[in-house]
Ligand binder design. Structure first.
Ligand code: NAP
Length: 310
């Protein structure tokens, strides 16, 4: 039996498209990168269009669209692609608001095509191991620590500081996507302190407290002012021992002993999953990480801190 190869077009040729999407597509035996849409960039050997509209009009053979643009423009592009009958993969966060993503889900259903809201960190090497380990433990406390240097990881990206760009929640939502994957119960936000630089529209740091229905306290500390060692870790205290899912989910230890470590295959897994969804015209959209972020903006206390300049 021959495997069907889907032609995919990328919109937005920026950091994540170049670092992960293009290499993952080229390694995939289920996708072929057939076109890009970008105002400024092209990819050697691939047909380039100046806009998604022109790509969609010129290339009916490109049945899958992967959106690698900032979240503020995601809805408009996704709607365009869905209306053109294409399957759509959304970078994280899946949009700028919850309601626009719900609209996209309805549209994908009406159009009979796939919509895939990706959470790449959920595909880190040890996330499923942590989920299994935690499933039968008595959880006492959870602390998510996601602290990185914005100048190192997001150089010159102005959109992250503009409304809808999420600020420190751009990486923080990755931590929440892992937490909501491994945690065995629902939780809800009970407190949030958001630190906004005086000259910016989005926060540079956030301290969140959640509780679950059984009363376990869960905290999350996000900070973009972290120099030196970077932290993308989840600490889980249980009655049976202390676990740490670290390095963004790449490593897992229990009581100080490493029991898992693996390579970063997150985007390879995302494209494999997208191919499965496309083959079945299925939709996969989990809004729980984004719901917690939205709650933080609703409930959060606003603190004004020093201005941020690159
Ligand atoms: P980026 O380097 O700034 O690239 C975004 C690209 O989108 C730009 O190169 C631009 O391409 C295009 N674009 C279209 N409309 C735009 C607008 N109004 N403002 C700015 N750019 C616009 O950003 P990125 O880091 O690749 O992030 C894109 C998405 O991927 C974000 O949602 C982010 O959270 C997610 N992501 C990023 C990373 C990472 O490590 N950077 C990791 C995982 C997920 P043209 O100028 O060519 O049109």
């Amino acid at each position: 039996m021959t495997t069907q190869i889907f032609k995919v077009g990328i919109a937005g040729v920026g950091k994540i498209a170049r670092d992960q999407h293009i290499p993952s597509i080229s390694e995939s035996d289920r996708f072929e990168l057939a076109a890009t849409a970008s105002r400024n960039a092209t990819v050697g050997g691939v047909d380039g269009y100046e806009s998604l509209e022109s790509m969609l009009a010129a290339r009916p053979d490109v049945t899958c669209i992967s959106l690698c643009t900032p979240p503020q423009v995601r809805y408009a592009d996704a709607r365009r692609a869905l209306l053109a009958g294409r399957h759509v993969m959304l970078e994280k966060p899946p949009g700028a608001t919850l309601s626009e993503i719900n609209e996209l889900v309805s549209l994908a259903l009406t159009q009979g095509v796939s919509l895939f809201a990706t959470w790449h960190s959920r595909h880190a090497a040890c996330v499923q191991m942590a989920k299994e380990w935690l499933s039968d433990k008595t959880i006492e406390k959870v602390d998510v620590i996601w602290k990185e240097d914005v100048r190192r990881w997001h150089p010159g990206q102005e959109w992250i500081w503009e409304a809808g760009g999420l600020g420190v929640f751009d990486p923080g939502i990755n931590g929440l996507s892992v937490l909501t994957e491994i945690y065995p119960r629902a939780m809800h936000l009970s407190k949030a302190d958001l630190s906004f630089p005086s000259n910016r529209d989005t926060p540079i740091a956030a301290d969140l407290t959640f509780i679950d229905p059984q009363g376990v306290e869960i905290t999350a500390a996000f900070d973009w002012r972290q120099e030196g060692e970077q932290s993308w870790d989840i600490h889980i205290q249980t009655a049976e021992g202390k676990a740490v899912l670290s390095e963004g989910g790449a490593a897992f230890s229990v009581d100080g002993v490493e029991i898992g470590r693996g390579d970063n295959l997150e985007y390879r897994h995302l494209y494999a999953r997208f191919a499965d969804l496309v083959a079945q015209n299925e939709i996969e959209v989990d809004l729980s990480p984004m719901t917690h972020v939205s709650d933080a903006f609703t409930l959060g206390k606003r603190l004004v801190v020093d201005p941020f300049n690159w």
